[in-house]
Design a protein around this ligand. Structure first.
Ligand code: ADP
Length: 170
């Protein structure tokens, strides 16, 4: 059977998938990192739609159109800020992946691409975040055979290696 969990190096905004996931913040009004790149590439209509949503709690996900991106949908999720690991960060990060995938299923997206949520400005340690990412996605895929591919799009070789190592430990 074809592998449905793909780990690759790349720039999320160029992924040819039904839905890309944005590592957003609680306001959903744009920010730095991958969020800034997505808003820049999608165009100002994205911000206009985001304004109508009224924010998003940490660990949750909200869907918008993809506008000028090739992806039809953008799933905005808010990962946790790392505070040392004792404030429920792992549960919140797993929730971000699960809720994003649930929203993807709800709208009918079959191919989804994720960035490494929380590992930039939000400072989640990359090896631990990679383990949460691969565990959450693999678990979800087991019970959702309708999804054809989930890509974890890493911004560096180092990040991709961490994800591959985490996957090999499952
Ligand atoms: P967060 O606020 O959730 O930490 P960031 O956008 O700061 O989100 O970073 C999340 C991860 O996305 C980081 O590992 C960063 O290197 C990566 N990243 C930034 N830009 C892109 C991009 N265009 N495509 C894929 N990954 C990206």
């Amino acid at each position: 059977m074809k592998e449905r969990l793909i780990i690759k190096v790349g720039d999320l905004i160029y992924e040819k998938v039904d839905a890309i996931v944005n590592a957003a913040n609680n306001s959903l009004l744009g920010g730095g990192g991958v969020d800034g790149a997505i808003h820049l590439a999608a165009g100002p209509e994205l911000l206009a739609e985001c304004r109508t949503i009224g924010g998003c709690p940490t660990g949750e996900a909200r869907v918008t159109g993809g506008y000028r991106l090739s992806a039809r949908w953008i799933i905005h999720t808010v990962g946790p800020v790392w505070h040392g690991g004792g404030e429920g960060e792992a549960i919140l990060l797993a929730s971000s992946y699960r809720r994003s995938l649930e929203e993807a299923v709800r709208v009918g997206a079959l191919t989804i691409a994720f960035p490494s949520i929380s590992t930039g400005v939000y400072s989640y340690p990359k090896p631990e975040a990679a383990l949460v990412a691969v565990t959450s996605v693999k678990y979800f895929l087991n019970s959702h055979l309708e999804l054809s591919e989930v890509r974890l799009v890493c911004f560096s070789e180092e990040s991709a290696t961490l994800h591959c190592q985490a996957l090999s430990r499952l």
